[in-house]
Design a protein around this ligand. Sequence first.
Ligand SMILES: [Zn+2]
Length: 324
Amino acid sequence: MMELPLIKKTAQIRQMTLPTPFLVGPVNTYLIWSDALVLIDTGPKTEEAQGQLLRRLREMNLRPKDIDRVILTHHHPDHIGMTHVFQEHADIIGHPKMEPWLRKDMSFFEERRTFFAGFYRQHGMPENWIQEIEQGNRYYMKYTEENRFDGSLQEGDEIDGVPGWRIIETPGHAETHISLWNERDGTMIAGDHLIGHISSNAILEAPYEKNKPRPKTLLKYRDAMKKCRGAAIVYPGHGEDITEPDRLIDERLHEQTSKAAVFKKWLEEKEKTAFEVCQQMYPKMYSKQPALTFSETLGHFDLLEELGEITSREENGRIWYKSV
Ligand SMILES: [Zn+2]
């Protein structure tokens, strides 16, 4: 097995990189060592990740019970999978929207499944792809463990036991996403909000409250990136440290508007559904990653609509897009 070293970032911060079974590769978890010991993210629920996590802790003469608090940046399995290792002694905390994910609330999952089935149909996705996506979601759930949720963190909250650190809400990649911001030195621990070597996807989500419109995740993601300008260094959930975060933010914002222009081209000659354009834009990839490619497509449609570049209309339960 690949051994990923323990990395000392500052006197206060250690990085523990853990293997994941996912395409994204290893995940970075962080330990803030202050009056309290706070772990940021846990890695997925796999034997390999758990073995590595325990070894890294041992190298610092720590045991899981020494961790006072586990803060989860967002609800994806590579970040929340191993909360059970710490549940006996640590508070498990995150954004309020994290609760049903962590508790594995079956009615919440069923509501989302129903929402997405109807939603994908509206956008022209055939049934076999809808089922494929549902299957994929069940597969990811295997890498998390049901747990309790001990408290929520929201915009501006201080973190008990680690003076100087505050929570900054960074929705987009996930509706549950929060980052940690050190106001003294501009350090940010950003989960998957900013990643250097790949662009983080604004994944589609269902509304958290019944009868509310779905969140436009790419638009939220862009706002949350703009909000994070001015950080000195960003420690991400995957890959290397980001030493020029403002430059990366500008690059990402620009990439999105350029990509939106490419999406718009597909809508020039005639009206289409989002799924049709998704297939044209990603002729090979859409069948391997239907949820992700569809998220990308619709996210950029949301952006184009906001910019007044395309319009949509509904007819017989189907949504059609056209460039203006
Ligand atoms: Zn991740």
